[in-house]
Design a protein around this ligand. Structure first.
Ligand code: SF4
Length: 189
């Protein structure tokens, strides 16, 4: 099975994905990630979400496990939002200083949109990222192509696992923040 976390890691660095998934490199979460985990269901986040959506919001469920067995994809979404217009959409919480919307962050939303569609048999065309520190929510559109590319991503990641061929190094700027750099073998890090 491929997880949404695997896709997230692959889009950070394919080699990191490989080290974690195939070689089982010990993963050491950064302080802010640990902080994020323990804070996840606290009232502050719930209040931020309720303030932002107001009357639009019917219900929130935190930490929901989703799976698509046919595709071979699983994930635990930070929050599922049930809106009064009938939409069910994913929301991911970020505890970072950086609020840029890179492909890595968007891919998480695309993957959860795909999983929600399978689980609830409803079309999902957007999701949200909540930047906790900045108290900002950004809406992420999700197109049919975005969801199609998630299917391609899962196929690609499965192939890497089957072939057991370690991917090349990524852009060195990312290595400074990499959780498994001790196991990478990249010279000079
Ligand atoms: S140290 Fe750099 S090249 Fe190696 S896995 Fe981490 S991000 Fe990728």
């Amino acid at each position: 099975m491929i997880s949404v976390f695997d896709i997230l890691k692959y889009y950070y660095c394919p080699r990191e994905f490989y080290l974690l998934k195939v070689l089982k490199a010990p993963f050491r979460a950064k302080t802010k990630m640990v902080y994020g985990k323990v804070q996840q269901e606290k009232e502050e986040e719930r209040r931020l979400i309720r303030n932002f959506f107001g009357e639009e919001l019917k219900d929130i469920q935190f930490g929901v496990y989703l799976e698509d067995l046919d595709l071979g994809l699983t994930g635990i979404v930070d929050a599922l939002l049930f809106l009064n217009n009938g939409d069910i959409v994913p929301l991911e919480m970020k505890y970072t200083d950086f609020t840029d919307l890179n492909l890595q962050k968007k891919k998480q939303i695309y993957a959860y949109a795909k999983l929600i569609e399978t689980s609830f048999r409803k079309s999902v065309n957007y999701g949200y990222i909540l930047f906790i520190k900045q108290r900002r929510i950004k809406k992420i559109p999700v197109t049919a192509d975005d969801k199609l590319f998630i299917i391609n991503d899962v196929t690609k990641l499965k192939k890497i696992l089957e072939e057991e061929k370690i991917p090349p190094y990524t852009h060195s700027r990312k290595c400074n923040y990499c959780e498994v750099k001790r196991f990478c073998g990249r010279p000079g890090i």
